[in-house]
Design a protein around this ligand. Structure first.
Ligand code: NAP
Length: 253
């Protein structure tokens, strides 16, 4: 699935699924603009891509700040001349009982996982129109499809991403911009490892999630990147508003 000569912007590119996506996109011919709050991780991804012969630009960005999201899209277009693909992979997770959740938790999780997806997409759509079209891939979650314990705020954000993907798809189809979304199950990244560690019994939590995954293993970030590449490429040319769940069966039960 080649995406030669495409310019792709990937948020959350300093870690996990975003980093795997940046590397795979570059291996398949794209130039990549990389955004993350974590400068060390983002620069490391930039180094990995360029060391493998790819072209990359890292822009440290807090995607929850609308002015920074705009600056990010502008920087990508200024450096590479166009924008064809956006992957919204920045994210934060929260396991918390409803009674313990605060307004700050709500604002933080919804800020990164939902508001930032809207604004990065808003600015990217304007840039893609100038390029004659494009594709956006959002990362929701299996938690956007089914309920899991002590996860209401993250679930609300990820359910919002699914709904917003469909609404963007409808509005952007006339602009030749396709908008799709993936709902990963449990993927072995710093996020899922940190989520289990935040619980009183991390081993038990990991086992319970494994038991809820019919394939009997957690996913790898590279497996998510393969699905994201498919949705970003011409191989998925008739997909828009689509919701794919690469999750080992997590949302099937
Ligand atoms: P990850 O390894 O933690 O990567 C997420 C990246 O986003 C981190 O580098 C993080 O930086 C960055 N980030 C957080 N807040 C940000 C902000 N305000 N502005 C810019 N960057 C920010 O997580 P991942 O597992 O790859 O997750 C990628 C996406 O997949 C997320 O949307 C996540 O919700 C979704 N997802 C993951 C799983 C899973 O099991 N891993 C399952 C379903 C869906 P810091 O390290 O500084 O926080």
């Amino acid at each position: 699935m080649r995406i030669d000569k495409k310019v792709a912007l990937i948020t959350g590119a300093g870690s996990g699924i975003g980093r795997a996506t940046a590397k795979l996109f570059a291996e398949n011919g794209a130039t990549v603009a990389l955004a993350d709050l974590n400068a060390e991780g983002g620069r490391e991804t930039e180094r990995m891509v360029t060391a493998a012969g790819g072209k990359a630009l890292f822009v440290q960005t807090d995607v929850t700040k609308v002015s920074e999201a705009k600056r990010l899209v502008d920087a990508a277009v200024e450096k590479f001349g166009r924008l064809d693909i956006l992957v919204n992979a920045a994210g934060v997770f929260l396991f918390k009982a409803i009674a313990e959740c605060t307004e700050q938790d709500w604002d933080h999780v919804l800020g990164v996982d939902l508001k930032a997806v809207f604004f990065a997409s808003k600015f990217a759509v304007a840039a893609m129109e100038q390029s004659g079209g494009g594709t956006i891939v959002n990362i929701s979650s299996g938690c956007g499809l089914i309920g899991i314990p002590e996860n209401t705020i993250y679930t609300a954000a990820k359910g919002g991403v699914i709904a917003m993907t469909r609404a963007f798809a409808v509005d952007c189809a006339p602009k030749k911009i396709r908008v799709n979304c993936i709902c990963p199950g449990v993927i072995d990244t710093p996020m899922s490892r940190g989520a289990f560690k935040s619980l009183p019994d991390p081993e038990m939590a990991a086992k319970a999630n494994m038991a809820h995954t019919p394939m009997g293993r957690f996913g790898e970030p590279e497996e998510m990147a393969n699905t994201i590449l498919f949705l970003a490429s011409e191989q998925s040319s008739y997909f828009t508003g689509g919701i794919l769940a690469p999750d080992g069966g997590f949302s099937a039960c």
